[in-house]
Write a protein that binds this ligand. Structure first.
Ligand code: DLL
Length: 435
C-alpha cells in the first residue's frame, strides 16, 4: 500500500470525504457561475451538505457542460495557477479541456504512485511507458507516477512497435504500461520478429487500461508476456489514469479519498445501491483547477463495499464492460463490443483482433463481425474456416442473442491501433442508430 488511507477504517475515509466534499461544493458554488446556477435551481446550498448522502442532492455535470464552457469556463483558478492542460481529441464536437494546478499535479502523481504500488513497482524497475504522450492523459500520467515511486521510466509513447520491442529488451523493461490492444499487438510483432518472449524480455507486470478488455484478452496478455495484469482505470475529466487501480487480488479499488464514486440509473438519475449495475458518476473532492461535481462518465459498472484480501478498505468497482455510448442496439438487443471479444477469446482459431460492422438491411439491423483467424487455422484451408465461421456464429447467438454474420479475414489484416482500439463501424442512419 502506498498510502495508509487506502486501508483506513471506513469511518475515517468517510469523514475525510465529507469534509472535502463540503469544501469542494463551497469552492465551485462561489467561484463558478455555472455551478451556482445549478445548485440554486436544485434548491441546495453547500452549507446544507451534512452527510455523504446529501451528495445525491447535488446537480450532475456532463461532457456537454464542459463543452459549453470551452475551453476554461469551469476552472476555479486564474490561469496563472494552471501548470498543465490536457484535452480530449474532440472527434465528436469541441474537445473537452482539463487543467491542473501544482497541487492537482501532486494529487495525480500520488494516485499514480498508488497505482504502481499495486505491483510493488519501485527503484528496481524499468517502466516502459507506451501510452501516448501528448494531450491524452495516459502517457504523462503514467510518467510522473513512475518517477514518484523511483522507477526508471522510458517515455516511448505509442507507435514504432519494432523499435519499442528493441528498447524493451535492451533496457531490461520490467513493467509495461499501455492499452491492452497495443500490448496484444506488441506480442504479435515480437513473435513475428523472432523474439523468444519469455527469454528476451524481463517483464513482470503490465498496467493496462484506457479501454475495456475481456477476461479472454487479459488471459492472452498474461500468457503471451508471462506477466501479472494490473488494471488501470480513469478519465481525463476526473484526473486521467489513477482514478481506480486493480490490486493483485483482482479488485479495482477507487481512490475515493480524492474521487467519490456513485452508480446511478442512467434513465432516472437515481442513486443505486451497491451491487447494482448502472452509470458511474464521480465527484472530485481535492482538485483545484477543475473540481467537478457528479460527473456522468457514461461508463457502466457496479460498486462493492466489502473487505479485500489486499487489506484496502476502499470501495471497489467492477471492470467497465463498456460505455453507454459504445453500446450498440441491434434490432433492440444491447451489445457491447467486449461481449463479442469474449466470444472470440473462447473459440480456438481466432484472435481478439476484430471489427464490428453494423448496417441496415431494409428495416432490420445487420451485424457483421470481421475476425482475424490465427495462422494455423488459416493454413488449414477452406473446410476449417467454414467450420470456424459456423461455430462463431452459433456462439454469438448463444451469448449475445443476436444473429451476427462472421467474416473471417487473414491474419494481420485489420488495422492496429497504437492507443485505444476502434472496434465499431456503424453505417446506419442516425435514427435508431448508435446512442
Ligand atoms: O483513458 C485515462 C487512462 C489512461 C486510463 C491510461 C487508464 C490508462 P480518457 O481518454 O478521458 O482517459 O478516456 C476515459 O476510457 O470513461 C472509459 O470509458 C475508458 N476507460 C479508461 N480506463 C478503462 C478501463 C483515459 N480500465 C474513458 N476499462 C473512460 C474500460 C476504460 N474502460
Amino acid at each position: 500500500m502506498w498510502n495508509r488511507i487506502e486501508g483506513a477504517p471506513r469511518e475515517e475515509i468517510e469523514a475525510l470525504q465529507l469534509k472535502r466534499l463540503r469544501d469542494t461544493a463551497e469552492r465551485v458554488y462561489h467561484l463558478v457561475p455555472f455551478y451556482k446556477k445549478k445548485f440554486d435551481e436544485q434548491g441546495i446550498h453547500p452549507s446544507q451538505i451534512k452527510s455523504l448522502a446529501d451528495l445525491a442532492r447535488l446537480p450532475f455535470t456532463t461532457k456537454q457542460d464542459l463543452r459549453d464552457h470551452y475551453p476554461f469556463g469551469l476552472f476555479t483558478v486564474p490561469m496563472d495557477q494552471v501548470v498543465r492542460i490536457h484535452s480530449s481529441s474532440g472527434t465528436t464536437g469541441k474537445p473537452t479541456v482539463v487543467g491542473y494546478t501544482q497541487h492537482d499535479m501532486g494529487v495525480w502523481t500520488e494516485v499514480m504512485a498508488r497505482t504502481y504500488a499495486m505491483a510493488g513497482v519501485g527503484a528496481q524497475d524499468v517502466v516502459h511507458n507506451a501510452y501516448g504522450y501528448g494531450l491524452f492523459t495516459g502517457g504523462l500520467g503514467f510518467h510522473y507516477g513512475a518517477e514518484k515511486v523511483g522507477a526508471a521510466v522510458v517515455p516511448s509513447s505509442g507507435g514504432f512497435t519494432k523499435r519499442q520491442l528493441l528498447l524493451m529488451k535492451d533496457f531490461g523493461a520490467t513493467i509495461l504500461a499501455c492499452t491492452p490492444s497495443f500490448a496484444l499487438h506488441m506480442s504479435e510483432v515480437a513473435l513475428e520478429e523472432g523474439y523468444d518472449i519469455k527469454r528476451d524480455f524481463k517483464l513482470r507486470a503490465g498496467f493496462f487500461g484506457a479501454e475495456p478488455a475481456s477476461q479472454g484478452l487479459r488471459q492472452a496478455l498474461k500468457d503471451a508476456w508471462g506477466i501479472i495484469y494490473i488494471e488501470a482505470y480513469g478519465l481525463s475529466e476526473i484526473i486521467g489514469p489513477g482514478v481506480a487501480a486493480g490490486c493483485p487480488h483482482g479488485s479495482l479499488h477507487v481512490f475515493e479519498d480524492h474521487f467519490i464514486p456513485e452508480v446511478i440509473d442512467p434513465e432516472t438519475g437515481e442513486v443505486l445501491p451497491d451491487g447494482e449495475e448502472g452509470e458511474l458518476v464521480f465527484t472530485t473532492v481535492t482538485k483545484q483547477a477543475l473540481p467537478i461535481i457528479r460527473y456522468r462518465t457514461k461508463d457502466i459498472t457496479t460498486l462493492h463495499r466489502r473487505p479485500c484480501k489486499c487489506g484496502r478498505t476502499l470501495v471497489t468497482m467492477d471492470s467497465v464492460v463498456g460505455r453507454s455510448d459504445d453500446m450498440l442496439i441491434v434490432n433492440g438487443v444491447n451489445v457491447f463490443p467486449s461481449q463479442v471479444e469474449h466470444v472470440l477469446t473462447k473459440v480456438e482459431g481466432t484472435t481478439p483482433n476484430y471489427v464490428i460492422v453494423v448496417d441496415k438491411k431494409g428495416v432490420l439491423d445487420k451485424l457483421e463481425v470481421w475476425v482475424e483467424v490465427d495462422e494455423t487455422t488459416f493454413a488449414d484451408g477452406i473446410g476449417a474456416l467454414e467450420a470456424l465461421k459456423k461455430r462463431l456464429e452459433a456462439e454469438m447467438l448463444n451469448e449475445l442473442y443476436i444473429n451476427a454474420k462472421v467474416k473471417l479475414v487473414e491474419p494481420k489484416t485489420l488495422e492496429r491501433s497504437m492507443g485505444k482500439a476502434q472496434r465499431i463501424i456503424d453505417k446506419r442512419q442516425v435514427e435508431g442508430g448508435k446512442k
